[in-house]
Design a protein around this ligand. Structure first.
Ligand code: ZN
Length: 271
C-alpha cells in the first residue's frame, strides 16, 4: 500500500498553519506527520524532520512562528521510519544541527535500509552525532528532554518527556515515539521479518509510559489526538489535559492486545 505518493505529488494539500502548543513548543509539521520545534533559549530543538517533499513547508512553518531554521542546534529523531526521518539529511545540512537517534536503529540506517519503508521515494543517508541514553537527558539552554527506550513500533523507538512553562506553571509534555501497531501485524512481521517479541515490547513500553504523568500530549502523528480539532474551553490552553496521555496509551495497548488475540502466532511459538 502506498501512503506517501500523494504527499510527493501534492505536498501543498497537506500544509498546516504552524502554531504554539505549550510554552516554547510549536507544531511545525504537516497534516500527516508531526514535527515539533522547541525554543530552548539557547538555540532550537527539532523533533523529527518529516519527508523531503515537506522540507520547504517545514522551514516556512518555522519562520512563520518567528524563528530561523538555521538556529536549530539539535534534531531528535523518534524512530527510523521514512515519514519521520526522510528529510533528516537535508535538514541537517541546512542547519548544521547535531542529530540524535536510538542506537538500536543503527542497523536499519546502515544495513537493513528496506526497514525505513521509503516506498521507493528519495532518501539520503545522514551522519548521526549521538545516541540517546536514558540516564543522560538531552540538554540545551533551559530545556531538558528525557529520552526513554520504548521499542515495539520499531526496535529502536524512543519517546521524549520534557517540561514547559506557561503562565508561571510547569507542565510535563510527552511524545510517544512510535505508536502504530501496523508494523507488528502477522503479515508484516513475516515479510520483513521482525521478531514477535516486539508486540510484548510494545505493551511493556506503553505500560511504562503510563506511569509517567503527562499534562500535554505531543503527538508524533496529529491524528493520535485529533490535534487540529482540539478546541479551547474556558480560554484555557486546550492542549493541557491530564487524562489525554493515559487514554491514548490505553487505547493503543488495547489495539495491540487485539493484534495478539487474533494472531496466528502464539508468543511461545517461534516464527
Ligand atoms: Zn513509524
Amino acid at each position: 500500500m502506498e501512503v506517501f505518493k500523494d504527499f510527493f505529488d501534492h505536498p501543498y494539500n497537506y500544509q498546516v498553519e504552524p502554531f504554539r502548543m505549550i510554552g516554547n513548543t510549536y507544531y511545525v509539521g504537516n497534516q500527516y506527520v508531526g514535527c515539533f520545534l522547541i525554543d530552548s533559549g539557547d538555540g532550537l530543538i527539532l523533533i523529527d524532520t518529516a519527508m523531503p517533499c515537506f522540507t520547504y513547508q517545514l522551514f516556512e512553518s518555522i519562520r512563520k512562528v518567528g524563528y530561523d531554521p538555521r538556529d536549530i542546534k539539535l534534531i531528535l529523531l523518534s524512530h527510523a521510519h521514512y515519514d519521520h526521518i526522510g528529510a533528516a539529511r537535508i535538514v541537517k545540512e541546512y542547519t548544521g544541527a547535531k542529530m540524535y537517534i536510538g542506537r538500536e536503529e543503527l542497523p536499519v540506517l546502515t544495513e537493513k535500509k528496506e526497514y525505513i519503508l521509503t516506498e521507493g521515494h528519495e532518501y539520503a543517508d545522514f551522519d548521526v552525532d549521538g545516541f540517546y541514553q536514558e540516564e543522560q537527558p538531552i540538554r540545551l539552554g533551559n530545556v531538558v528532554i528525557r529520552t526513554l527506550f520504548t521499542p515495539g513500533h520499531t526496535e529502536g523507538t524512543y519517546s521524549f518527556i520534557f517540561e514547559q512553562t506557561e503562565d508561571g506553571k510547569v507542565y510535563q509534555c510527552g511524545l510517544m515515539g512510535g505508536i502504530g501497531v501496523v508494523t507488528m501485524l502477522d503479515e508484516i512481521l513475516e515479510q520483513r521479518p521482525l521478531p514477535l517479541h516486539l508486540r510484548q515490547d510494545y505493551i511493556h513500553s506503553l505500560e511504562r509510559l503510563k506511569t509517567i504523568p503527562v499534562d500535554v500530549v505531543i503527538p508524533s502523528h496529529p491524528d493520535q489526538i485529533d490535534l487540529f480539532s482540539i478546541k479551547s474551553q474556558h480560554g484555557e490552553n486546550p492542549y493541557i489535559d491530564t487524562e489525554r496521555w493515559q487514554k491514548l496509551l490505553d487505547k493503543w495497548i488495547a489495539r495491540m492486545q487485539d493484534v495478539i488475540r487474533t494472531s496466528k502466532f502464539t508468543p511461545e511459538q517461534p516464527q
